[in-house]
Design a protein around this ligand. Structure first.
Ligand code: ZN
Length: 291
């Protein structure tokens, strides 16, 4: 998140989920579906193409870790988790597409997406979130949980933030976790924080989302990860400006894993061992929440 989108940085380095996006320009007529899906298998096409399973991945979930696309009633709630790896690898080369305004909840619109941030050495947030998501998926599927990803790979563009929220809603997920890393340029800023919708716009955004945030926070702290020095309180950050949180109808938390602009934290975020550590803490948090 963070407003600190330093103007001097390359345009591609916009910070994460920050409110930078809050322009008031009305959405151009369009906007692909936020509406609940009608029946049929047309549901969530992006979900259907979930990434190829890694060979080592548990066999409990076949290559399509998809889910009950048709209706909420049909969704096996309780054992479905939606993981949303923030941004996408093609965003920086598709600026018109990602700048398109989409509904963001609370009567606002926001750009479809942003490019995300990057470490000082150039490791991009979208690559981090994708790799982390795959690791979390691996850990959860090994525990028999169906994981739905909001994008199938780290190439291309999309889906937009409103569509990502719709994927969570349509899957009937027991929990939705959006993965990000931050780009604060404040001196010494580091640590993770967990954003949740506040004030809540529906029941799922209330106690269940806060409980999910606390479960994640507790396991991340238990995993040796530090809470943010610059955002939220004890790792928890109520927000009213994030589309994915405003539009969700499921327990949902956005994880800002750390600050990619902080050299020490960037070293951890950039390393496979570091990402595995985050993945285990996040998977444990989700499992703790599911009970
Ligand atoms: Zn982000």
């Amino acid at each position: 998140m963070v407003l600190a989108v330093t103007a001097g940085l390359a345009a591609a380095m916009t910070a994460c989920a920050g409110p930078a996006a809050e322009t008031g320009r009305p959405a151009p007529a369009v906007t692909t579906t936020v509406s609940p899906l009608p029946s049929t298998s047309s549901a969530a096409p992006s979900v259907a193409q979930s990434a190829p399973e890694t060979p080592s991945s548990s066999a409990s979930v076949p290559s399509k870790t998809t889910v009950a696309p048709t209706s909420k009633a049909a969704a096996p709630t309780g054992r479905v988790v939606v993981i949303d790896p923030g941004h996408n690898g093609g965003n920086s080369t598709h600026t018109a597409q990602i700048n398109k305004q989409v509904p963001a909840g609370r009567g606002r619109t926001k750009p479809c997406n942003t490019t995300g941030t990057a470490t000082q050495t150039g490791y991009p947030e979208h690559a981090f979130t994708w790799d982390l998501a795959v690791r979390v998926r691996e850990l959860l599927t090994a525990r028999g949980i169906k994981v739905v990803m909001t994008r199938p790979d780290n190439a291309g563009v999309g889906p937009c933030v409103d569509k990502r929220a719709a994927i969570g809603n349509e899957s009937g997920a027991a929990a939705v976790v959006s993965l990000h890393a931050d780009g604060s340029t404040a001196a010494g800023a580091h640590g993770f924080h967990l954003a949740y919708s506040s004030p809540p716009l529906n029941a799922a955004q209330g106690e269940p989302s806060l409980r999910l945030a606390r479960a994640l926070r507790d396991k991340m702290v238990a995993g040796g990860l530090a809470t943010s020095t610059y955002a939220g309180t004890e790792g928890l950050s109520p927000r009213d400006d994030l589309a994915g949180l405003n539009l969700t109808e499921r327990p949902t938390v956005l994880v800002e894993c750390g600050n990619m602009r902080d050299a020490a934290e960037a070293a951890v975020l950039s390393s496979p061992a570091g990402r595995q550590r985050y993945a285990e803490a996040i998977a444990n948090g989700i499992l703790g929440f599911l009970g």
